[in-house]
Design a protein around this ligand. Structure first.
Ligand SMILES: Cc1cc2nc3c(=O)[nH]c(=O)nc-3n(C[C@H](O)[C@H](O)[C@H](O)COP(=O)(O)OP(=O)(O)OC[C@H]3O[C@@H](n4cnc5c(N)ncnc54)[C@H](O)[C@@H]3O)c2cc1C
Length: 397
């Protein structure tokens, strides 16, 4: 080991550093994706150890803003082998998602080791497994590895010229909790994905004096549910249809269900719904944005180009002077330091093989949670868990 005196892990249980005759399967990440795979492996009698860098499971969900609820339904968001209780309601609150993940790990008696961040993956010297280098100089060997470190791993803020001259509060949406600190303030939210749209509404309802929403590309907005039919179900039904067909359908549905907000600065998008979704931009579920924009409580403005002291320069040449800026500008997968050297990532830093498939140069190395499907990510994580467990068990056989 590189470190002769590594700090102990933040768990009472010892790390399984010296496995018995059979090397365990390691799952990197104790979010819904990692927990679901570990449960599916356990159900097949495969010994799996989840390595989680934070001190508890569900770390990403613990950090999300207070107002957040799942925009996918409770039933279509449950992980294998444990339903979410009816008492959570149809649209599950953030805190209940966290409770569910805690319960899930307990219910399936998962072997979760917290406080361990895996920093690099390499093939073992005997080329019969994987060497995981982790914090504290730890080295672990597994026969298979499932990477479940999250699609939304590292907050990304664009490198705006002059951003460092902005005197106000500029933060990524991942650091936003609730509107209280913004009461009476002029706030610019940048980015109109689900997060930016919801934070803008939260601020408008929570006492901010003025809320502007900087939009680079007009989003597709869909009703979370129409006459009891959730948008997620349409996503599931449409998932296997040809892209142009879904684009046409999406346009027709939007025309009848979503008002034209062009006069308020939010035109209908030029590119089709599914074309955009395939490119990573899933539609915005309306949780108040339409009403807030119509009422002028959220004002769409052009994209942010740069900063000049207290002024923000927008793409249409205008300037605004907010007190605070919240960048809802997405996340990066950040897989490169961990496994960029293995040649398994595409040009955008996403794994080339996903779910039960593996890249030929990286046998027994699986990825879950690195797509953003219109059918709901939790649902896909749940489905991939079973498929990956089957592939791992087969590979061992
Ligand atoms: C604001 C928001 C709302 C969402 N709402 C929905 C929704 O309504 N419905 C839906 O289906 N999906 C939703 N998603 C998408 C998705 O379901 C969640 O992001 C979900 O948490 C993904 O699970 P995951 O396990 O892949 O990743 P994460 O939940 O991010 O878990 C990854 C885990 O890996 C750990 N980790 C990372 N790197 C390492 C390392 N090197 N070593 C050890 N541990 C590591 C992290 O600490 C974390 O605990 C939402 C996403 C966001 C950001």
């Amino acid at each position: 080991m590189a470190d002769s005196n590594p700090p102990p892990p933040s768990t009472d249980r010892p790390l399984p550093e010296r496995p018995g005759p059979v090397r365990p399967v390691y799952v990197i990440g104790g979010g819904p994706g990692g927990l679901a795979v570990a449960a599916a492996l356990r159900a097949r009698g495969v010994r799996a150890v989840v390595l989680e860098k934070s001190d508890r499971v569900g770390a990403s969900w613990r950090g999300h803003y207070d107002r957040l609820r799942l925009h996918t339904t409770r039933r279509l968001s449950a992980l294998p082998g444990l339903a979410m209780p009816r008492s959570f309601g149809r649209w599950v609150r953030r805190d209940d998602v966290v409770r569910y993940l805690e319960k899930y790990a307990e219910h399936h008696e998962l072997d979760v080791v917290t406080g361990v961040e895996v920093t690099r993956l390499e093939r073992t010297a005997d080329d019969d497994g994987w060497l995981l280098r982790a914090t504290g100089g730890r080295e672990l060997t597994g026969r298979a590895v499932i990477v479940a470190t999250g699609y939304n791993h590292t907050p990304h803020v664009p490198d705006w010229p002059g951003a460092d001259t902005f005197p106000g509060d500029l933060r990524h949406a991942s650091a936003y909790r609730d509107p209280t600190p913004y009461a009476g303030q002029d706030v610019l939210v940048v980015g109109v994905g689900n997060t930016g749209a919801e934070i803008a509404v939260d601020l408008a309802e929570g006492g901010a004096a003025r809320v502007r929403l900087a939009v680079r590309t007009a989003p597709h907005i869909v009703r979370r549910s129409t006459a009891g039919w959730p948008a997620q179900r349409s996503g599931i039904l449409c998932r296997r249809l040809p892209v142009p067909v879904v684009d046409r359908l999406g346009r027709a549905i939007a025309r009848v269900s979503v008002p034209d907000l062009s006069a308020h600065g939010l035109p209908r998008p030029a590119t089709g719904l599914y074309s955009r979704a395939r490119d990573g931009a899933i539609p915005v579920q309306d949780v108040g944005l339409i009403d807030a924009v119509r009422a002028g409580r959220v004002e769409p403005v052009a994209a942010v180009e740069s900063f000049e002291g207290g002024k923000v320069l927008l793409a249409d040449g205008s300037r605004v002077g907010p007190d605070a800026v919240i960048a809802a500008t997405g996340y990066r997968r950040a897989l490169e330091p961990l496994l960029g050297h293995l040649g398994v990532l595409d040009a955008r830093g996403r794994p080339r093989a996903h779910g039960p498939r593996t890249a030929p140069e990286a046998p027994d190395l699986y990825f879950t949670g690195f797509t953003n499907p219109i059918s709901g990510m939790l649902r896909e994580l749940a489905r991939d868990a079973g498929r990956i467990a089957r592939a791992v068990a087969r590979s061992a056989a």
